[in-house]
Design a protein around this ligand. Structure first.
Ligand SMILES: *Cc1c(COP(=O)(O)O)cnc(C)c1O
Length: 219
């Protein structure tokens, strides 16, 4: 196997064993291959190896890379995993099939308008600043019920909650807390877990893991 195919099959095998340990079905965990900073030439081998779901963290970079790749490879599903500015909502809605970073009321209205204009419903995760870190995106836990109420009133399609726990400390308590918040708010999707901790996230209920460097090598 070439390198990208080998990395993909390794990550898939690790997802399958984590799911098995948690008595979950591996198919219930979507692997989002985060291809930010990687050129089309590095992405193509993963597509050839069967990966179809990809994630990018910047609208501009995705707009440059993905239209050509998509034209060549049918069935690509593109997720936005990075922060979204309201003035990029229209572009995001036309480019992406899922948005993981809904984190404030102004974005609820910008996305509502963009989806109406495009005639296209793009499912969203609400991002929670689970470690209450100042520099991080995501809504603070105290503001979550109100944000969810506004998103529901605007009839945005909501998949669940997303988080990026603080770096350098055990992520499990944060994943468990996100799961509890989702439960409390009647949501089922959990976008959590990256290269370093996706197995832990799967044990704690992740439905979407966002894996970059374990698939592409370092950035
Ligand atoms: C880059 C990124 C990832 C992937 O991180 P890795 O550690 O490379 O797996 C996941 N989620 C978000 C929001 C990211 O920006």
């Amino acid at each position: 196997m070439d390198q990208p195919a080998a990395l993909l099959s390794d990550v898939r095998a690790r997802i399958a064993s984590a799911a098995q340990l948690a008595r979950r079905a591996a198919e219930d965990v979507t692997l989002v291959a985060v291809s930010k900073t990687h050129p089309a030439a590095s992405i193509a081998p993963l597509i050839a190896a069967g990966q179809r779901v990809f994630g990018e963290n910047r609208v501009q970079e995705a707009a440059e890379k993905w239209p050509d790749l998509r034209a060549e490879h049918p069935g690509i599903v593109l997720h936005l995993v990075g922060q979204l500015q309201s003035n990029k909502a229209e572009e995001a809605v036309s480019l992406f099939d899922c948005i993981h970073s809904l984190d404030r009321p102004s974005l609820v209205s910008a996305l509502r308008r963009a989806m109406d204009k495009a005639g296209r419903q793009v499912p969203c995760f609400v991002q929670v600043n689970i470690g209450a870190e100042e520099q991080k995106g995501g809504c603070v836990i105290a503001a979550l019920p109100q944000l969810l109420a506004e998103a529901r009133a605007a009839q945005l399609p909501l998949l669940g909650l997303m988080c990026v726990p603080p770096a350098g400390i055990e992520p499990a308590p944060f994943f468990a807390l996100l799961g509890k918040l989702a439960d409390d708010n009647g949501l089922v999707g959990l976008s959590m877990g990256m290269s370093e901790d996706f197995e832990t996230a799967i044990m704690l209920g992740a439905t979407h893991v966002r894996v970059g460097s374990a698939l592409f090598g370092g950035r």
